[in-house]
Design a protein around this ligand. Structure first.
Ligand code: SF4
Length: 427
């Protein structure tokens, strides 16, 4: 096979920590997937992987434990049901996310996410960017997810011409977390794509390889960045209005949201099949991968809440014990510094009622994929330290969020034991 491992990235594939194994990420616009598509993800995982599916905090699905020789068959199986992984990794426009799937404005947001996904996915003009380019579309600003995107849209209202969005840009987490800034308020929906195109072009033309948009804005300043974007021909362009039937799959009116909690976003393919069956029965054959690594459904509001809850319980999805976002860490990720799932279980054992009522996030390295800076309590595995016997153990930074902007580091370089002590102090 002549394709290099770096080239696989644009097909949404990373090398796994375990030699000879690969991870395939699947993009889902706004986290929405049909029951039939979910069955194919489950079948691919069973046939080519080890029958597990990981839910990410960007509403994507990942299939681990794939062999290189099977990657073409994986791609064609997913493509056959309209699923794509193109640009899910590498220097491309990543999956378009949404954390406000339960909001009344979600149908408009889902439609916008689908338009963006369709426009930027596999578009050679926006592949081979200096690094990833993340877009999120939110129905409101409450979750603060718009602050951590390269381009974060927040629905600000609708008028005779359609929906309008506030556009925040140049946000990101990682080693240098930086909230995005308001680039323009009330952008009409038909200007969103050309304006983001202009921003992505400026990013591609002026940013060194390996750096995010936030780096460029830090280097040249907001005013110069605005000047460069305004000079792009598409910055002021307005696309013709879209007409036709609605393209959102999720109904919000007259429905009730119900969530199947998934610990650490780890599902077996059998569980995913059961959830697809639940979606067929109650949720209009649609599943939603959430920003908290769970699976949600919008069920008919006329159905008794106890009936749907008990149907979910029968397939093994009861009440959530602790809301805890957890990345694969050193269990599978090449750069993971800690065994995140084991660490999380240790921490949960230390939690009293006050702690277990909070929202938690643990990342296996400073890349901060679980968005610890947006959780009530965020933990980042920040380094590995060698003891006198040469054994390496992780150190952790602890973030607390005041509910506005990004959470701040409160404690750094804690051992696991010290971290457990901090968890007990929370109560
Ligand atoms: S935070 Fe680090 S360890 Fe966790 S998934 Fe992201 S890159 Fe991997």
């Amino acid at each position: 096979m002549s394709t290099t491992i770096t080239e696989y990235r644009l097909d949404g594939i990373y090398r796994q920590r375990q030699d000879g194994f690969f991870m395939q990420r699947v993009k889902l616009a706004a986290g929405v997937i049909s029951a039939d598509q979910a069955r194919v993800v489950a079948a691919v995982s069973t046939r080519f992987g080890r029958g597990t599916v990981h839910l990410t905090t960007r509403g994507s699905m990942e299939i681990h434990w794939l062999k290189e020789a099977d990657l073409p068959a994986v791609k064609s199986s997913l493509s056959a049901v309209g699923l794509t992984a193109r640009g899910a990794c590498g220097g491309a426009v990543r999956g378009v996310t949404c954390a406000s799937q339960g909001a009344l404005g979600f149908p408009a947001v889902e439609t916008m996410a689908r338009r963006l996904h369709r426009h930027f996915t596999a578009n050679p003009r926006f592949e081979r960017l200096p690094k990833k380019f993340k877009i999120g579309v939110e129905a409101d600003a409450s979750g603060r997810r718009h602050l951590i995107q390269d381009a974060g849209l927040v629905l600000s209202g609708t008028d005779g011409t359609g929906a309008r969005y506030d556009l925040f840009v140049a946000g990101g987490l990682g080693r240098e977390p930086q909230p995005g800034f308001l680039f323009e308020a009330g952008v009409s929906e038909n200007r969103v794509i050309p304006l983001i195109e202009a921003i992505a072009r400026v990013y591609a033309a002026h940013t060194p390889a390996g750096k995010r948009l936030k780096h460029l804005v830090r280097e040249i300043g907001e005013a110069e960045f605005r000047r460069l974007v305004a000079a792009e021909p598409s910055a002021a362009e307005e696309l013709p209005a879209v007409s036709g039937l609605p393209e959102n799959l999720v109904e919000v009116a007259n429905t009730r949201r119900i969530v199947a909690p998934v610990h650490a976003g780890e599902l077996t393919s059998g569980q995913l099949l059961d959830l697809a069956g639940f979606a067929d029965r109650f949720g209009g054959s649609v599943l939603m991968a959430t920003a908290d690594q769970d699976i949600a459904f919008h069920v008919d509001a006329a159905l008794e809440a106890t009936d749907t809850a008990s149907a979910l319980k029968q397939i093994g999805f009861g009440e959530q014990q602790v809301a805890f976002r957890i990345c694969p860490g050193s269990h599978q990720c090449l750069v993971g510094l800690s065994a995140t799932r084991d660490v999380a279980l240790t921490l949960i054992e230390q939690m009293g009622p006050a702690a277990s009522n909070l929202g938690w996030a643990l990342s296996g390295c400073p890349n901060s994929c679980t968005q610890p800076q947006l959780a009530d309590v965020g933990i980042v595995s920040s380094s590995l330290v060698k003891d006198e016997h040469g054994r390496r153990s992780p150190r952790f930074d602890l973030y607390r969020s005041g509910g506005e902007g990004l959470g701040k580091v409160r404690e750094s370089s804690l051992t696991l034991e010290e971290l457990c002590g901090k968890v007990r102090e929370i109560g």
